[in-house]
Design a protein around this ligand. Structure first.
Ligand SMILES: Cc1ncc(COP(=O)(O)O)c(C=O)c1O
Length: 346
């Protein structure tokens, strides 16, 4: 999270703006919290230029709950199409399998580099209720360079890419994102859903807190929401607006990622095998050509205060995440470490 947001949270933790109580203690029905909640939604809408025919929902259960809930709320044809681009797509498909007929319309090609095929080449599933995609594969470092053409609504898991760049919301049926990358603390999940799709969920046999139409009617407050996470997300949205909004974030994210990819590509010592069109600006996975040096690389990284550079256990290797809060100074430091480790071990 951005440091100014962490500092503001610390200031407000014990006493929210002289009210004599913390946001942690506030009723979600209080006027102070109503103001916090409404302002957060308003700023989120402004950042992403969300049209009026889309609802914003603040839900719980993380993105993993949405893997099932999007099917339970939106599947009217007992068929859902999936693009399989990596680890999180596969998790979404596995959640869909017990609930509906799942159709995998594409998967990444791997030769000579990993790439998402152009949607012209995907299998057709026009009778599916929707197409599910994972905008940014957090573990694999694979991102869409363009939104697939689709005759059915697109539901996109943007957990690790939301707020990293502007998005043409009107092209989507629904977007969902767990908070813990670019939004704020874990505990809240944001949904942007086209209002006509809400009707599909009206008869879903689900607890009302998981039913999109019911949550929309109740302003996401059918029960006590994670108030502190909602408040913290609101501070992040304010910080993003102060930075110049998502166009400015996209420029900064791209610049930081390009510098890191260039360093990896320029050195025979490191490698990333994702096609340049599908390289993620948020998650940069890479390997050492001599993988026996990986643990020495990680020990050196830890000694230099780099946290979390180890790749996910399913793929191994290394991964640098460059979420919105990453500073240019931290990227400079990482590049210097990559350079010095390569020099020392070449
Ligand atoms: C793209 C993507 N989808 C889903 C998830 C799962 O999110 P959650 O832990 O909020 O269920 C993650 C978590 O990292 C993710 O990166």
């Amino acid at each position: 999270m951005p440091e100014p947001v962490l500092n503001a949270l610390q200031n407000d933790l014990v006493d929210y703006r002289g009210r004599g109580l913390s946001v942690l203690e506030m009723s979600h029905r209080s006027s102070d919290f109503a103001e916090i909640a409404a302002k957060a939604e308003q700023n989120f809408r402004q950042l992403l230029a969300i049209p009026d025919n889309y609802a914003v929902l603040f839900m719980q259960g993380g993105a993993s709950a949405q893997f099932s809930l999007c099917v339970q709320n939106l599947d009217t044809n007992n068929k859902v199409a999936y693009a399989n681009t990596g680890y999180w797509s596969q998790k979404a498909i596995a959640s869909g399998v017990p609930l509906t007929q799942t159709v995998e319309v594409t998967r990444c090609t791997t030769e000579p580099t990993i790439r998402i095929p152009h949607s012209d080449t995907w299998s057709k599933a026009d009778d599916a209720s929707f197409l599910h995609i994972t905008d940014n594969e957090t573990i694999d470092g694979i991102v869409y360079d363009r939104l697939p053409d689709s005759s059915i609504p697109v539901v996109s898991d943007m957990s690790s890419s939301i707020l990293s760049q502007p998005v043409n919301i009107a092209k989507y049926g629904m977007i969902y994102a767990g908070a813990q990358k670019n939004i704020g603390p874990a505990g809240i999940t944001l949904l942007i859903i086209r209002k006509d799709l809400l009707e599909r969920s009206e008869h879903a046999q689900l607890p009302p807190v998981f039913q999109y139409a019911a949550m929309e009617k109740a302003g996401s407050m059918l029960n006590t929401p994670p108030t502190f996470a909602w408040y913290a997300a609101g501070l992040v949205f304010e910080w993003l607006l102060e930075q110049g909004g998502l166009a400015a974030m996209a420029e900064r994210n791209k610049r930081q990622a390009n510098r890191l990819y260039k360093q990896i590509d320029d050195h025979a010592f490191y490698e990333n095998n994702i096609h340049e069109d599908n390289r993620s600006c948020m998650n940069v996975p890479f390997r050492l050509n001599d993988e026996s040096l990986t643990s020495a690389f990680l020990s050196g990284a830890q000694a230099n205060n780099f946290i979390g550079l180890k790749g996910h256990k399913s793929v191994g290797g290394l991964r640098a995440s460059l979420y919105n809060a990453m500073t240019d100074d931290s990227v400079d430091a990482l590049l210097a470490y990559l350079e010095s480790f390569a020099r020392e071990h070449s």
